[in-house]
Ligand binder design. Structure first.
Ligand code: HEM
Length: 752
């Protein structure tokens, strides 16, 4: 008997419908029995197996399907890509001892050809990055707001891969550029991959994605000479933003310490846009996502950033790698700000406008889970470089809003990845592959990996019983039926509710401490001093006067120009709050000191007990003692032991450490190493904790004397004692926990 023609409706699997294909008389056989359950794809146990495997330790993962083509060369013979074993890899095939190389040398040709094609295009933005594996664990269910399993299954661990990045620089640029940091997280959930592709600043430069190419062109190196690399301090960037007042809020953030973070582990993250969560009743709630670092949010100062870029351009990348290797895992809490759908315009600004944040005083951040980064990638290229994030990768129980920046992003990411990763099949790369099953009728294309059995590749079909079925269960994604605006017309327009560009910048300024304000003024001064066109400088100052008079006057004075406002006076909405402490790094809780690096300056004759005590207390606080000595090998302690040195003084600088301690020892030499004195005075100038015990205090006093500080260094965060003991060391570590001690007026005078 011939098969019946397929029903117009594609067969659907659901608990209520049962086996729809059989009901319709289509399916004569079940091509994939493991799928043949009312619960759809996600209850066959394959996800659980893949997660267990992904979270497991390294050896167990070798050859595992969840991590793809993981290979170890340990104990293996060298082969060609075809598996042919190779006995010699040093000489090409020649005719005679000194003769020509032969074209038939397939080993040479394969090796060189592969090498010739090793590079792929770097990301058009966010090219410089570093990443880590880990997990997300939900601590509070959001089931009243969303059906996403990720946010409703309390205590469940979901594997994640996080890539941190700078925006403007090329792949090989230095980590401490003044720039926004990308904070992109891929959650491998049982319902599919969810990408939270955010930044470490909660707002963006532009309101509409159509301006993104203009913005990026302006901040990238100038096209005629490719200068400067990874820097906004040049004409085209400031020209663009001075003509684009909507950028003023975010530019202010990038002139603050937010743009020069201490580390990825001490950085906040933000989803930026307002998204939607959808609950089981089909009701929507607006949401903004936050990552809150357990180690507190901390930044460096510009003088340090400039020096670090020379001394260790991989400063952030190294910090992430080393802290994970040391078991000092970076940890963040995931927070959400939830706003009723009806309040889209009720907070004093438009929640569709990505240049606006929701002050935490208006809507508190609810912490719902934690993320731990506990495994470094096995291979930078295969994982960190080939990972492909996309803000459009969302889950059931989630949706977008009409943010016009977000909508451009929804197009941009896959489009660019097709070029960057060489075709449409990059979702099959191990790092991008979901851990839950993937079944559809997409086929072919460059570098296709999946081998789909059967002759169907279309819907509806009868040849394979209608498979893959349409989902009919709770895992199915459904769009929120957001109503269109009444009387909407098609036009290139922008809502008047996007027109206020300065109120939130003013709130940010009001919320900064005095020190932070001075740092911001100094940042504008540095950047604008590198701008060659005086008209651009003047226009920036004329814009920022609308943020705050004090800011514009400070910058104008440093530049030696007048404040000439651009346009008319601007009305500031203060939202009924004086300040938002969450916007100030100084006002935030300090967090713990896990992963902080403390330099201990030593010489031969250093006191054994002091080193042991510092190491014990620092280790209890999960901080690192780094022994910095006169040579790279070791010093001999007062007790005659050999103390290994982590860094020769000549190879590092104080800027690479969070604090410095000079322990007791034989009296310091009458002619101390100037590099040691600079180390101490620079740490003091950068307002870090400086500690010394016994004769170590003499070195600190000498450093002060040489820098011309009469009466020696003084003030908070300077922990100097006659005796080196555990109490003194604990006081010093407590001082490290403060991060910086800004109240050192004489520090300004130190010329380093
Ligand atoms: C709120 C605004 C934005 C945020 C938070 C953001 C964030 C990010 C992050 C974190 C990355 C790096 C992803 C990675 O580590 O691989 C990235 C890459 C990228 N972004 Fe955005 N972005 C924003 C706006 C835009 C806009 C408006 C566009 C274009 C219209 C855009 C286009 C791109 C492109 C093309 C890449 C490179 C992607 C790749 O090659 O994998 N972004 N973005």
């Amino acid at each position: 008997m011939p098969k019946q023609p397929p029903n117009k409706q594609t067969p659907r699997k659901s608990a209520s419908q049962g086996d729809a294909a059989t009901q319709q008389g289509i399916a004569q056989h079940d091509p994939n029995p493991s799928q043949n359950t009312a619960a759809g794809n996600n209850n066959d146990g394959s996800y659980e197996r893949a997660v267990a495997d992904r979270l497991a330790k390294r050896p167990a993962r070798l050859g595992s399907p969840s991590v793809g083509n993981l290979v170890s060369n340990a104990g293996r013979t060298l082969t060609t890509n075809q598996g042919l074993q190779i006995p010699q890899d040093d000489d090409s095939l020649k005719l005679g001892l000194r003769g020509p190389t032969l074209l038939e040398d397939f080993h040479l040709r394969e090796k060189i050809t592969h090498f010739d094609h090793e590079r792929i295009p770097e990301r058009v933005v966010h090219a410089r990055g570093a990443a880590a594996h880990g997990y997300f664990e939900l601590t509070e269910s959001l089931e009243d707001y969303t059906t996403a399993d990720l946010f409703t299954r309390v205590n469940e661990k979901t594997p994640v891969f996080v890539r941190f990045s700078t925006v403007a620089g090329s792949r090989g640029s230095a980590d401490l550029a003044r720039d926004v940091r990308g904070f992109a997280t891929k959650f491998y959930t049982r319902q599919g991959n969810f990408d939270l592709v955010g930044n470490n600043i909660p707002v963006f430069f532009i309101q509409d994605g159509i301006k993104f190419p203009d913005f990026v062109h302006s901040v990238k190196p100038e096209p005629h000479n490719e200068i400067p690399q990874a820097a906004s301090a040049h004409d085209t960037f400031w020209d663009f933003v001075s003509l684009q007042p909507e950028s003023m809020h975010m530019v202010l953030w990038t002139m603050s310490g937010r743009a020069i973070p201490r580390s990825f582990r001490t950085m906040e993250g933000f989803g930026v846009h307002t998204f939607r969560l959808i609950n089981a009743k089909g009701e929507a709630t607006l949401v903004k996502y936050h990552w809150k670092p357990v180690g507190g949010a901390h930044s460096l100062i510009w003088d340090e950033a400039l020096k670090i870029n020379g001394k260790d351009p991989d400063f952030h990348r190294r910090d992430l790698w080393e802290s994970i290797e040391a078991g000092q895992y970076p940890e963040y809490e995931l927070g959400v700000q939830l706003v009723p759908e009806t309040d889209m315009l009720k907070l004093g600004f438009d929640l569709l406008d990505p240049t606006k944040l929701i002050p935490e005083e208006l809507v508190p951040v609810r912490r719902i889970g934690r993320m731990v980064l506990d495994r470094n990638p096995d291979n930078f290229f295969a994982e960190t470089e080939q990972v492909a994030f996309h803000p459009g990768h969302i889950l059931p129980g989630m949706d977008f809003t009409n943010d016009p920046l977000l909508h451009a992003r929804l197009f941009s990411y896959i489009d660019t990845q097709i070029t960057r990763l060489g075709g449409p099949n990059f979702h099959e790369l191990p790092i991008n592959r979901p851990l839950c099953p993937v079944h559809n009728n997409q086929r072919d294309g460059f570098m296709r990996q999946t081998i789909v059995q059967g002759k169907e590749s279309y819907q509806p079909n009868s040849v394979s019983g209608g498979c893959p079925f349409l989902a009919g269960d709770a895992d199915a994604y459904r769009h929120f039926p957001a109503p269109a605006e009444d009387g909407a017309v098609k036009a290139r327009i922008r809502s008047q509710t996007f027109a206020d560009h300065f109120s939130q910048a003013n709130l940010f300024w009001r919320s900064q401490s005095d020190v932070e304000r001075q740092q911001i003024i100094a940042a504008y001064t540095f950047e604008l001093s590198k701008v060659s066109d005086p008209a651009i400088r003047a226009r920036v100052v004329g814009q920022i006067v609308h943020i705050a008079q004090e800011l514009a006057e400070g910058v104008a004075q440093n530049l030696g120009i007048e404040v000439d406002p651009v346009g008319a006076d601007i009305q500031i909405n203060d939202y009924g709050i004086d300040a938002s402490p969450a916007l100030s790094l100084d006002a935030q809780p300090k967090g713990d000191i896990t992963g902080r690096n403390i330099a201990v300056l030593v010489n031969d004759g250093v006191d054994d007990g002091a080193i042991a005590s510092l190491q014990k207390l620092a280790s209890a606080a999960r901080a690192n003692i780094r022994i910095v000595g006169p040579r790279a090998s070791s010093v001999t302690t007062a007790g005659g032991a050999s103390l290994p040195v982590d860094h020769a003084l000549s190879s590092v600088g104080s800027v690479l450490f969070d604090a410095v301690y000079v322990p007791d020892g034989k009296a310091p030499p009458a002619d101390p190493d100037p590099a040691a004195l600079l180390f101490i005075s620079e740490s003091y100038k950068h307002c870090k904790a400086v500690g010394a015990g016994g004769s170590g205090a003499m070195l600190v006093a000498e450093a002060a004397r040489r820098t011309g500080i009469d009466g020696g260094f003084a003030g908070p965060g300077l922990i100097v004692a006659k005796a080196d003991n555990a109490k003194q060391h604990q006081a010093f570590l407590d001082a490290v926990g403060q991060h910086r001690w800004w109240q050192r007026p004489d520090a300004e005078k130190i010329p380093v």
